[in-house]
Design a protein around this ligand. Structure first.
Ligand SMILES: [Cu+2]
Length: 341
């Protein structure tokens, strides 16, 4: 009798617990368009908000070298660089990173969707893409010894984070190489999203369209640590995020939970695209300074070991709340609420 009563009480409390929402439901996903398909007014509003961040003062007072709000975003990438490249964190952290930009743009009055760049439409001929239009795009290939952008909205603007682990004022710079951009075509994208496991998709996206796109654009001196200084970075990474989602969408039941890899670089490997491991690679961009190390989060947070799990905690160091990998696995899961069109 007593046991039956306890079972009823237990069932009732479980039902109550289940009724409590843990996150808001995603009813109307925001539609993220390719740059090609955006209205001119929306393009201009997006670019203006980026310029606003590049020219607004920093707010956190704790990110080394950051002078502007934009610098804080770039600094986050610098601080996390050795945790989020050539590791299992690559795709989830950059998805979260896009969401941080989305939040920051709202501070500058832009609440529209983040655009991405469907690079397959411009593969092999990046420089003639509408993305680089001087009036309604990001401006074109840089000029002069520093490859500073010479037209478009980011002319004469300064980024104070980078190169590498330094913090020095630099112009927004890039150099487009059309021949490398043919690796971002539909065939290559299909190949990058054809694997059956997260590890396969991660490696193929990272070493394929992601890397070749970076090489074709050489944003911020082609620097792996701080290439997000060029606002164009987020259009390229929107495309990478879409690629991951397209891969996930082929088998959501399995792939919304499929995560694997390390949560920080293996020192013997470093960045997979460079030989020699971390020590040799540090000749290119230096090592994290004591100031950077002082604010670098523990890469094993939420994992309890060196392997990334769904419980892995990702940090924006106070720009927006920290989240777990589980929170960003589904772009329509509630914490995130968008789709690619
Ligand atoms: Cu990155």
């Amino acid at each position: 009798m007593l046991r039956d009563l306890l079972l009823v009480l237990l069932a009732a409390s479980t039902a109550l617990g289940a009724a409590l929402p843990t996150t808001t439901a995603c009813i109307t996903p925001q539609k993220r368009p390719s740059w090609h398909d955006m209205r001119e007014t929306d393009k201009k509003a997006y670019l203006a908000a980026n310029v606003c961040l590049l020219t607004s003062p920093q707010k956190l007072n704790r990110l080394p070298g950051a002078k502007t709000r934009w610098d804080e975003l770039v600094s986050l990438h610098q601080i996390h660089a050795l945790q989020i490249h050539t590791t299992g964190q690559f795709l989830p952290y950059h998805r979260y990173y896009l969401n941080i930009l989305s939040f920051l743009l709202q501070e500058c009055g832009y609440s529209g969707p983040l655009p991405y760049w469907d690079e397959t439409r411009d593969a092999g001929k990046f420089s003639s893409s509408p993305v680089f239009d001087p009036a309604t795009g990001f401006g074109g290939s840089g000029k002069g010894p520093q490859n500073c952008v010479a037209d478009g909205p980011f002319v004469n603007l300064t980024v104070n984070i980078g190169p590498g682990f330094k913090s020095q004022p630099r112009c927004v710079n890039r150099r487009i190489t059309n021949a490398l951009s043919n690796q971002c075509g539909a065939t290559q994208v299909a190949a990058a999203t054809s694997g059956s496991t997260y590890t396969q998709a991660l490696d193929a996206i990272y070493s394929g369209p992601h890397l070749l796109g970076h090489m074709a654009l050489a944003m911020m001196d082609g620097d792996s640590i701080t290439s997000s200084g060029d606002p164009l970075f987020f259009l390229h990474h929107g495309f990478m995020d879409k690629m991951w989602w397209d891969w996930q969408s082929k088998d959501l039941t399995k792939r919304l939970k499929d995560i694997s890899g390390l949560n920080a670089q293996d020192p013997a490997v470093g960045f997979s695209e460079f030989p020699g491991g971390m020590e040799v690679e540090s000749a290119m961009w230096g090592k994290p300074t004591p100031e950077i190390l002082a604010v670098t989060p523990d890469p094993t947070s939420g994992d309890g070991g060196k392997t990334i799990t769904l419980g892995h905690v990702m940090s924006s160091l106070g720009i927006i709340p920290n989240v777990t990998v589980a929170d960003v696995m589904d772009i329509k899961g509630g914490y995130l609420c968008y789709e690619y069109v």
